[in-house]
Design a protein around this ligand. Structure first.
Ligand code: ADP
Ligand code: MG
Length: 704
C-alpha cells in the first residue's frame, strides 16, 4: 500500500471526531452534544457524563493512560497537567474512571501562570472548562505515553479570562451575531451562525542541533545575539521554492504524519526565502480550531525536528541580515450553510453582500489599525516589522487595482466599472469578474485581499494566532453592527440605495487605508503620515493601544475583554517584554565575557608572540602589528560597550514602574546590546576560524 492511500486512514486517527461521537454515543446524547457545539447552548451534566465515558473508552483502546485539560495561558504557549484515569476501589485496586465533571471542569493548581493581578493570592487557582467546539485528541510522545487532551478555556474563580482561548471564543460569538444581523437585513433567511475562518501559514527555520548546542544565545533566547553575516545570504533567491533536501524532506514527512494523526490538515510545504527557512500551511478551519492546531503545529515541529537531529527555530528573527519568520493569517467569514462572505459573487445580490462585508473590513481595519498592530507585536517582531522585509509597521490594505478602481468609483458616487463601459450600482449590477491572481502580487502589504479572504501578514511566527484574530473578529463585529443598524432601518425598496451609500461612505471615510504600492518604500512612510495612518514602531508603544479608552470601549461593548482583562494582559505582555530583553542582555554579557573576550585575548597573545619573534629574527612584523592593533582596538570597544550594557542593565532592573522599565529596556539595554554586537561581529570577521568560539552564520544556515 502506498503512503498516499494511507493518509485517509492516518488522518484524524487520534481525534475524538464527530464521526466517532456519532458512532459511540447514544443518539440522544449525540444530538444534545451537537446542539451545544453548533449553537453554543449549555451542556447538561448527564450528557457530559456519557460523553466522558465514551471518550475514555476510546482513549484507553488507543493506549491512553492519562488525560489532561489542555489550555493556553498568557505565556502564549500551551499547558497541560496529566492525571491518570485511575480511581481506587474498596478492595485496594483501581478502576479506570473519567467523569462528566472531570471532562467539563478542572482545577489545576495553576498559580504560577501570569495573571496580571487578576487573581488574588487567596484564590490563586485557575479553572479550566471544556471547549467542546474543538475536538478532544490524543497526544503521543516519544516515550510512548498517550494522553487524552481536552481543549479547555482557563479562567479565574470570578470568570475572568486567564488565557488566549476564552476571548477568541467570545470574539467569534460577537462577529457571528453581528454578521447574522447584516445577512438578515440583506434578505438571507437561512444562515444562523457565522464562523470566522483562518488558515495560518507557519514559517520556521531548521538548523543542525550540533550548531544549536554550541550557541548559548539560541538556547537562551531563540535568536542569534551575535554573528557576522555569511558571505552568501538570500540574494540569489535560490532557496525560495527550491528543491527540498532529503534530510528536510524526511522531517517534513514525519511532521505531516504526526499532524495528520491529530486531524491537522497540513497541506503545503516548501522552502522559504531565507536559507534554512521553510513553511507549512494547513487547510483553513474555524478560527478556534485553527488556533488550537497552530499551537500543536509549533510544538510538533520542534519535537519532530529533534528526532532528525535538527532544531526548529520559531523565533521571528533568528538571524540578522536574512528574512525572519511570520505567520500569514488568512481570514474570512463563513456561514453555517457554506457561504464565504468575502467571495465576490456572480449575481448583483451576491455582490451587494460581498461589497457590504468588504466595506465592514475596510472600515474596521482603518478605524482600529492600532489594535491590529498591537495584536501582532512581540519582542521578536520588533526586529522585523518595518525593517524592509516583513510587512511595514504601518497597517494598510492591499485591494488590487481592479477592486480599488471599483471601490473608488463607488466612493466618488460616479457610476463606473473597470472597463468604463457599463454603469455600476450596488445591488443592481454585477461586478466585473475580478482576476484572482491579480490580487496576490503585492507581498509588501500587511493586510492583503487575496480573492476571497484577507491575509494578515504581520502575525509573529512564534506567537499564538488568537490575539490577532480576537482583534480582527471584534473590530469587524463593530463595523457590521453599525451597518446592520442602518440596514435594519430602511424599507426593502430602499435597501440597494442604502447599501450603495454605505459603500460610498466607507470608501470616502476609510479609503485612506487602501494602498497597493510598495509597502517597504520610504515614500510610503511619508505618504502614510500624510494620510494620518498610525506608524507604531515598537511593541512597548503598541501595547498601549490595547488598553486605552478606545480599546476598553470596543472590547467591553462586545463582551470580548473587560477593562480588567485588558489591563492584566497589558501588564503581562509588558513584563514579558522586559524579561525577554533582560535574558537577551544577560546572555550577551555572558557570551562576551566567557566566550568572545577569551578568544580574542588568546589571538592577541598569539599575535604579540609572533611580532616579538619576528622582530628577534630581524623580519618585518608590519602586517602582524597592524592586525594586533586592529584587534586590540576592537577588543577595547567591546570592553567599553560591555560596561555600558552592564550599566544599562543594572539600572533598568531597578526601575519600579513597569512602563518606564520597559522603555528603558528598549531604549537603553536593547540598543547597548546591539552596539556591542557590532564590534564582536567585526572581530568574527578577522579572527581565524579555529579560534572563534561559536558556529558561524555560514555554518548554521548552509550546512544541513
Ligand atoms: P498563498 O498563495 O498565500 O499560499 P493559498 O491559496 O495557498 O494562498 O492559501 C493560503 C491559506 O489560506 C491556506 O491555509 C488556505 O487554507 C487558507 N484559506 C483559503 N481560503 C480561506 C478562507 N476562506 N478563510 C480562511 N483561510 C482560507
Ligand atoms: Mg499566503
Amino acid at each position: 500500500m502506498s503512503d498516499i492511500q494511507d493518509i485517509t486512514k492516518i488522518f484524524g486517527s487520534n481525534v475524538f471526531s464527530q464521526r466517532l461521537m456519532k458512532e459511540r454515543l447514544p443518539k440522544e446524547t449525540y444530538k444534545a452534544l451537537m446542539k451545544t457545539i453548533q449553537q453554543g447552548s449549555s451542556l447538561d451534566a448527564d450528557v457530559a457524563h456519557v460523553v466522558a465515558n465514551a471518550m475514555k473508552d476510546w482513549a484507553i483502546e488507543k493506549g491512553a493512560t492519562h488525560y489532561t485539560h489542555w489550555f493556553q495561558p498568557l505565556t502564549g504557549k500551551t499547558a497541560e497537567k496529566h492525571d491518570a484515569f485511575i480511581s481506587p476501589t474498596a478492595e485496594g485496586g483501581v478502576i479506570m474512571e473519567f467523569s462528566g465533571k472531570q471532562l467539563i471542569q478542572g482545577e489545576p493548581d495553576a498559580s504560577s501562570f501570569p495573571s496580571g493581578g487578576l487573581r488574588s493570592t487567596f484564590e490563586a487557582r485557575g479553572y479550566t472548562g471544556w471547549d467542546c467546539t474543538s475536538p478532544a485528541f490524543l497526544k503521543e510522545d516519544g516515550a510512548g505515553n498517550v494522553t487524552l487532551c481536552i481543549p479547555t478555556v482557563f479562567c479565574s474563580y470570578t470568570g475572568e479570562a486567564l488565557d488566549k482561548k476564552a476571548p477568541l471564543l467570545r470574539s467569534m460569538e460577537a462577529v457571528s451575531k453581528q454578521a447574522v444581523r447584516v445577512l438578515r437585513a440583506l434578505g438571507n433567511k437561512t444562515s444562523t451562525r457565522i464562523f470566522s475562518t483562518v488558515g495560518p501559514e507557519q514559517e520556521y527555520f531548521l538548523i543542525d542541533k550540533e550548531y544549536y548546542d554550541a550557541r548559548p544565545d539560541l538556547i537562551m533566547s531563540g535568536r542569534t545575539l551575535f554573528g557576522a553575516p555569511s558571505p552568501k545570504g538570500q540574494e540569489l533567491e535560490d532557496q525560495y521554492f527550491g528543491a527540498i533536501k532529503d534530510r528536510i524532506s524526511a522531517f517534513m514527512k514525519d511532521l505531516d504524519i504526526e499532524l495528520w494523526k491529530m486531524g491537522i490538515s497540513s497541506k503545503t510545504k516548501h522552502n522559504e526565502v531565507a536559507p534554512a527557512q521553510y513553511e507549512m500551511a494547513p487547510i483553513f478551519s474555524t478560527t478556534n480550531i485553527a488556533a488550537d492546531h497552530n499551537q500543536l503545529v509549533m510544538e510538533t515541529m520542534q519535537k519532530v525536528a529533534l528526532r532528525h537531529g535538527l532544531i526548529c527555530l520559531l523565533h521571528e528573527k533568528p538571524f540578522d541580515g536574512v528574512n525572519g519568520s511570520g505567520k500569514h493569517n488568512n481570514w474570512s467569514l463563513a456561514t453555517d450553510d457554506g457561504l464565504n462572505l468575502l467571495e465576490p459573487g456572480k449575481t448583483p445580490h451576491d455582490n451587494e453582500q460581498f461589497l457590504i462585508f468588504l466595506s465592514a473590513v475596510v472600515a474596521a481595519v482603518d478605524k482600529h489599525a492600532d489594535k491590529l498592530r498591537a495584536s501582532a507585536s512581540n519582542p521578536g517582531n520588533d526586529l522585523r516589522l518595518g525593517a524592509n522585509e516583513a510587512p511595514p509597521a504601518i497597517i494598510s490594505i492591499f485591494m488590487g487595482s481592479e477592486l480599488t478602481r471599483i471601490l473608488e468609483a463607488l466612493g466618488s458616487g460616479k457610476a463606473a466599472t473597470s472597463d468604463g463601459q457599463q454603469f455600476l450600482h450596488v445591488g443592481v449590477d454585477s461586478l466585473p469578474p475580478l482576476p484572482k491572481d491579480n490580487t496576490d502580487r503585492n507581498r509588501t502589504s500587511p493586510f492583503a485581499f487575496t480573492g476571497n479572504k484577507f491575509e494578515f501578514r504581520m502575525v509573529p511566527s512564534s506567537a499564538s494566532i488568537s490575539g490577532p484574530n480576537v482583534v480582527l473578529n471584534t473590530i469587524v463585529a463593530e463595523a457590521l453592527d453599525l451597518i446592520a443598524t442602518r440596514l435594519e432601518k430602511v424599507s426593502k425598496k430602499d435597501l440597494d440605495k442604502e447599501c450603495q451609500a454605505i459603500v460610498r461612505e466607507t470608501v470616502k471615510k476609510h479609503g485612506r487605508v487602501i494602498f497597493n504600492q510598495n509597502g517597504y518604500s520610504a515614500e510610503w512612510v511619508k505618504e502614510a503620515k500624510k494620510r494620518g495612518l498610525p506608524n507604531i514602531g515598537s511593541m512597548v508603544d503598541a501595547l498601549d493601544h490595547m488598553s486605552n479608552d478606545s480599546a476598553i470601549k470596543l472590547f467591553g461593548k462586545y463582551n470580548v475583554l473587560s477593562k480588567q482583562e485588558l489591563h492584566s494582559r497589558h501588564e503581562i505582555y509588558l513584563e514579558g517584554y522586559v524579561k525577554t530583553i533582560n535574558i537577551e542582555a544577560r546572555c550577551s554579557v555572558y557570551m562576551t565575557k566567557r566566550l568572545y573576550i577569551p578568544a580574542v585575548v588568546e589571538y592577541t597573545e598569539q599575535l604579540a608572540t609572533t611580532v616579538a619573534s619576528l622582530k628577534e629574527a630581524g623580519a618585518s612584523a608590519v602586517i602582524q602589528k597592524d592586525l594586533l592593533k586592529t584587534v586590540s582596538g576592537l577588543l577595547d570597544n567591546v570592553v567599553k560597550k560591555l560596561a555600558v550594557l552592564e550599566g544599562a542593565l543594572s539600572k533598568a532592573q531597578t526601575i519600579a514602574d513597569l512602563a518606564t522599565q520597559a522603555r528603558a529596556y528598549r531604549d537603553k539595554v536593547f540598543t547597548a546590546q546591539a552596539s556591542l554586537r557590532q564590534d564582536v561581529d567585526a572581530l568574527e570577521d578577522i579572527l581565524p576560524s579555529h579560534l572563534w568560539p561559536v558556529p558561524t552564520y555560514a555554518e548554521m544556515l548552509f550546512k544541513l
